[in-house]
Write a protein that binds this ligand. Sequence first.
Ligand code: UN1
Length: 492
Amino acid sequence: MLFKNYINGQWVDSSTGKRFKSFNPADTSDELGEFPASAARDVEQAVEAADRAFTEWSRVPAPKRGELLFAAAERLKQRKEETAQIMTREMGKVLKEARGDVQEGIDMTYYIAAEGRRLLGYTTPSELPNKHCLAVRRPIGRIAAITPWNFPIAIPTWKIMPALIAGNTVVWKPATDTARCAYELTKIFDEVGLPRGVLNLVFGGGSDVGAPLAKHPKVDMISFTGSSDTGREIYQYGAAKLAQVHLELGGKNPIIVLEDGDLDLAVEGIIWSAFGTTGQRCTACSRLIIEEGVYEKLLEKLVERTRKLRLGNGLDPNTDVGPVVNRSSQERIARYVEIGVKEGAKLLCGGRIAKDGLLAKGFFFEPTIFADVTPETAIFQEEIFGPVLSVSKAKDYDDAIRLANHTSFGLSSSIYTQEINKAHRAMDDLEAGITYINSGTIGAEVHLPFGGVKDTGNGGREAGLAAIEEYTEWKTIYIDFSQRLQKAQGID
Ligand code: UN1
C-alpha cells in the first residue's frame, strides 16, 4: 500500500518521488506500506501550511479546540485494537504493550482535550490602585514534532495534543520505522475535521526532513525525543534562531535493590523494566544495583526468570519479548555485548542474536544479563536500547546511590526497600526526573510530568501540566482604569 504526506489538509506525494518501506521486524516479509522519502521542499510546504493556518487556529476558543481532540480520542479508542495490531507488526512490541501504547495516546488526548477548558493563567494585585494584572497563556506558533519509533502513538500525542490545545500548529516528522502508525494517527485528525494546515505530516529521514524542519526559520519550537547526539544537534539549530527546544533524550535507568527489599517483587519489576518493549524504552532499566547481602540470591532468581522468557512475534499471545526494531539496532546490541565481555563483565545469560526457527525471519536478541559490571565501563555508562541489563554490587545504601547516580543520564530510577526512611531518602538522593519506590522504572502516567535531569534533556518536561507549560508562552496584561498616568516603581 502506498501512503502520502499530509500537508494543508491534503494527502500529497513528496517532491522527490522516492519512497521507503516499513517492515515488520518480527518477519520482514510482512510489509506495512510504502511512504514518501521527502526532502526540504516538502518541509517548506508543510511549514508554510502551518504558518497560514496559525492565526485562525490560535483564535479558535481553546474549549472548541478541545472538542476536536475529544473526537480524536473517541476514534482512537474505537480503533485501539487495530492500531495496536499495526503497531506490533510495525515495531515489534508485544500486543499487550502495543495496546498500552495506544491507551496512553487515548489517555493523553482526553486529558489534554479537557485542558482546553482551563489553560490556566493567573491574576495578581498591582502595586498601584485601580489597576488589574493578569498573566495569560499564548501559543508559541509553528511547532516541529520529531518523534521516535519506540512509542509510536503515545509519544506523538504527548507533543501534538498539548501543542494543538494551546493554539499552535504542527509539522510532524515521525520515525521512518513507524511511518504507518503516524499515518493512522494523522488520518484520525483528518476525519474529525481538524482545519487544514493545523497538523501536517512529512515522512522521511532525519537529515532529509528532520534537519531542514528543525532549522526552518518559521518553526518557533522544536520538540524532539530520541538520542542525545541528535538532541545536541537540534538544540544548536534552535539556538541559531533563538527558538524553543524541548528534548527528551537517553536514559541509563537504575533499579536499586536493598537487602530489606522484597526480592520476588523486585524480580518482577526488573524483568518488566529491563525486557519489556525488548528494553527499547527511554525508561527501561538497564542497570541493576544490588546490595551485597542479597546479590547472589537475587541474581539467581533473576537469571532463572529471564531464561524462561519466550522470544517471538508480538502478535503471538505466548510471546514475552518481541524483536528489536531493525537490523542495525540488532547489530549495535551485539557489539555492546562484545564490548561488555571484553570489559570483563560476567555474561550470565543471553548475549546472542536469536535466530532459531521462525526467529530467523526477523531481528531478535536474547534477553541478556551481565553481572559484576563496574561503573567506568561502556555497558554501565552508554544507552544500549535493547534487552541488556548490567548488574553491579553495592556495599550499602550510600554506595548504591553513588553507583545509581554515576551516569550522565537522569530519566527514571527505582529502589526496592521496606525501610521507610531509606525510601524517603532515595526520593531525594536519586538524580532523576522520575523515581519509583518498590516498582520498576517504567509505567509513567500521562497526567504527571515526564522527563529527566542531566543529559536526558534540557530542563523541560512532557505530559501533565508541564506539557501546557512547554507549549505556551506567557503574556502579561496590565489594565489601568484609574484614568490618569500611574507609574510603577514609585516614580512620581
Ligand atoms: C519512553 O520510554 O520512551 O513510562 C516512553 C513508560 C511509558 C512511556 C515511556 N509510559 O515507560
